[in-house]
Write a protein that binds this ligand. Sequence first.
Ligand code: SRM
Ligand code: SF4
Length: 566
Amino acid sequence: MTDLSRNETIKAASHLLRGTIAEGLADGITGAIAEDDTQLTKFHGIYQQDDRDLRPERAKKRMEKAFSFMARVRIPGGVLTSAQWLALDALARERASGTLRLTTRQTIQLHGIIKTNLRPAIQAIDAAMLDTIAACGDVNRNVICTPNPYRAVHAEAVATARAISEHLLPKSRAWHEIFIDGEPVAGGVEEDEPILGRTYLPRKFKIAIAIPPLNDVDAFAHELGLIAIVQDGAIAGYNVVIGGGMGMTHGEPDTFPRTGDLIGFCTPDQVLAVAEQVVTVQRDWGDRADRKHARLKYTIERVGLAVFVAELERRLGFALAPAREYAFTRSGDPTGWLEGEDGRWHFCLFVENGRILDRPDRALLSGLRAIAAAHDGRIILTPNQNLIIADVAPAQKDAIAALLAAHGLDGTVSALRRNAMACVALPTCGLALAESERFLPGLIDRLEDAAAAAGLAETEIVIRMTGCPNGCARPYLAEIGLVGVRPGIYNLYLGGAFDGSRLSKLYRREVGEDAILAALRPLFVAYAAGRTRGEHFADFVIRTGAVRATTAGNRFHADLDPELAA
Ligand code: SRM
Ligand code: SF4
């Protein structure tokens, strides 16, 4: 038998995710915790990080790294009350870095929490009726769901996201014991983990719920995508998509992004069982020796889709029905005011790369604080790092609009910028090879000029950047994807579908900012001159031969496109 990966040993010895985390938190000598425990805190939504900007200076002074923790909140469907927003805002200012970071999985990360602040910070999250359980780690992550509440069926979809999230949560009380009340389980008896198992899943597992025509969750990028089929104003069931995932490693052709396969349809009554059994097949069949091949997409590639689906249906005790007709029109978020079916209004606010902070011209942190204080509706985070001020009564709309204007949040944003997102990367992400969040805004400035010069100022083109090939901003589904290779250098991908249904292809390897501009400018000009009515940029570059479409079996290796130009 192949040896299990180190993480499997750590999980097995952890007493259901306890390890020695509590002891590590009490150790005042260092700002860090034990290395094995850093793997376990992930299951509790907490990452140990250090400020990479400060590494050289601290190394010179022989100081330990500037350690701190990132806490990721679990918010199924991204729905917060105004009071919860205010609690997280206060927490960011009092115990973290002073900013909130909206993520591509519809939640909030708080960075820069030093060790002595960690328990109080998690307790504040608990007091706000939220938690960080299973926000990271080898478990089912935050279940994401279309954020757009303009249709009444949104409520049903959010309820399903919550139900799935609760159903698949670890049963271990370790999070409560370590961070909240310090109370061990009565009698010292360890809990049971009937679904996840005592060593949890081989790797992370992700679920998304979409309501067509919006593919604002990127339904094909997750282990399990559920596409709601709406009939007579209610959800009749869900098309089931399995085996999506983004992460890959440069230079390792047996790692690749993959769009999920559509395998059938289930009713709302069946959806919990479907989610549970996709999880259990992956729990039992996933690779526990090599974490680079442990995601569900590799299990499906290894055993074959038909074999996987047969096992799934055997465990379910029923066959999935044939998939139903549906159509997506776009990914990303339509921004601005939208009137809901019930007459209430919803404002989708563009948040550049999800970072909530005050800038001189755009006071996002204090503006949203003022809005949350005045607003008795919900604040809904989107899987594209934006947020929706939801449920605004017609009589309140002018007051919210005035608050937006007073904080510089009502201005128009270019079509390119609205459709762009970048992952966090430096300085907090330990895996970043290049800048992303701090680099993309400047690149967009230059791309806006190039687009305007070509006559594309109002044209929506999806651009996504990541600081490494892990794919946290889902760059391989963008029309233009930029993936960090080393400082200042990116691989440039083209051809991801505007509606998030097709992966891109590598177009230029290892290019810097000027070369990115030089590669895209002529394509913008050609697209402006030669596009057919309604044709999206990615479809144009495929039709005109810049890259080939990614189709065959969905499987694709981004580094090995024979169409790659020299
Ligand atoms: Fe991610 C690891 C940030 C969504 C694929 N991701 C990380 C870590 C935790 C780095 C680490 O392991 O030390 C990053 C923390 C950076 C920081 O300082 O905050 C990180 N990922 C993010 C976020 C914050 C990006 C963002 O800018 O919004 C997103 C938080 C999601 C959440 O709220 O739960 C985020 N990560 C994603 C997505 C997109 C998605 O889930 O829809 C992906 C691609 C989809 C997928 O999983 O296939 C993604 N993150 C990864 C991977 C690659 C996994 C793989 O299969 O190879 C890693 C590395 C790993 O797991 O080993 C990773
Ligand atoms: Fe970090 Fe890479 Fe994810 Fe960006 S894509 S946040 S650099 S792991």
